[in-house]
Design a protein around this ligand. Structure first.
Ligand code: NDP
Ligand code: OXD
Length: 308
């Protein structure tokens, strides 16, 4: 049972080393290798778009190299092939650290102080405290629920919205459209960790963001399709939002002349909120490979109908 590894433009070597250690004695091909499509039974996949999946006639499963799977589902995949997303405690924890860092940088004004320093300005600004800050999460899945739970432990007032209502210690749970609106109205910091699906596209827009408390802050690390980009700057310029940290964009890399790049209230990061670590991920992938080989139920199966 051979494996095909396709990880877009990223260097495959760290993956090959880690996979070979965790799945010894199995041939792992790269996209450019001269492989027999009939030999490939397990596909490891990240944003490529060049492979003709229907040529892999003996494929048993597709494993995403990241938490998101929209890059796989948009391809022409036969219905009977299971698709698995990556659930890795390392990935989950790294996202918590990213959104916590962005939140604290906002509460304590580090971004404006950086600009003051460059301009030679000495000015004290009012800051916010953890216990007075209402933080809301869009998405309470593997990643969002972990972050929400830990924000609550730190003393934030935490709310979270998901499709099915969750029970997480210290986190007030919301679902449905009315639940979303109720939550947004009580939000100082909104953290977006939803998957890309037909239902979540455009969920961050002038109407939903206008429901946040005046001067709220947006941290967006879900998918670029969630944010109606043209709506953001008017909300910042009017003071409805005080700023935004954005890690994901409709087009990546963010085009060089894009207004987000130069707006003083926007902090851009290049889709690095949480990066898959081949070392930790390979252990999890090895277990799914074994299950596929032995005909067992796979871990972290995607529901093709709901799209995540
Ligand atoms: P999960 O599938 O575990 O969780 C998804 C969450 O979103 C669930 O709580 C789900 O609700 C909720 N959800 C989905 N659709 C809707 C909807 N229509 N309305 C309300 N809630 C909805 O995913 P993960 O937590 O593992 O990852 C989330 C996303 O984070 C990824 O898909 C990816 O886009 C992004 N990500 C970004 C990274 C980065 O570096 N920027 C890195 C890793 C992930 P329910 O629980 O009820 O099913
Ligand atoms: C992911 C990502 O989905 O890095 O894992 O965006």
């Amino acid at each position: 049972m051979a494996i095909l590894l396709i990880n877009g433009t990223k260097d495959p070597r760290p993956w090959l080393q880690a996979l070979n250690r965790n799945i010894p004695d199995v041939k792992i091909f790269l996209a450019d290798d001269n492989y027999d499509p009939d030999a490939i039974e397990f596909l490891l996949y990240w944003k490529a778009g060049e492979v003709k999946l229907r040529e892999l006639r003996h494929l048993k499963a597709i494993q995403s190299l990241g938490a998101g799977v929209e890059h796989i589902l948009q391809d022409d995949i036969p219905d009977h092939i299971p698709v698995c997303r990556l659930v890795d405690p390392r990935l989950t924890e790294d996202m918590f650290e990213y959104v916590l860092a962005a939140t604290l940088v906002h509460l304590k004004n580090f971004l404006p102080y950086g600009k003051d320093q460059q301009a030679g300005v000495w000015r004290q600004r009012p800051y916010r405290t953890i216990e007075s800050t209402h933080v809301s999460f869009l998405g309470l899945g593997e990643i969002g629920s972990h972050a929400a739970k830990h924000f609550a432990i730190l003393g934030f007032k935490v709310r979270g919205w998901s499709r099915t209502t969750k029970s997480i210690p210290g986190v007030a749970a919301y679902s449905g459209e009315q639940g979303l609106h109720d939550m947004l109205r009580q939000t100082d910091v909104l953290i977006s960790l939803l998957p890309h699906t037909g239902e979540t596209r455009g969920i961050l827009n002038k109407d939903t963001l206008a429901m946040l408390r005046k001067g709220a802050y947006l941290i967006h690390a879900g998918r670029g399709s969630h944010l109606t980009e043209a709506d953001l700057i008017p909300l910042l310029d009017s003071g409805q939002l005080s700023g935004a940290t954005l890690d994901v964009f409709e087009t990546e890399p963010l085009p060089s002349g894009h207004p987000f790049r130069s707006h003083p209230a926007i902090q851009v990061t290049p889709h690095v909120a949480s990066l898959t670590d081949p070392e930790t991920a390979s252990v999890i992938i090895a277990e799914n490979y074994r299950r596929a080989r032995d005909g067992e139920t796979l871990l972290h199966l995607v529901d093709r109908k709901s799209g995540y």
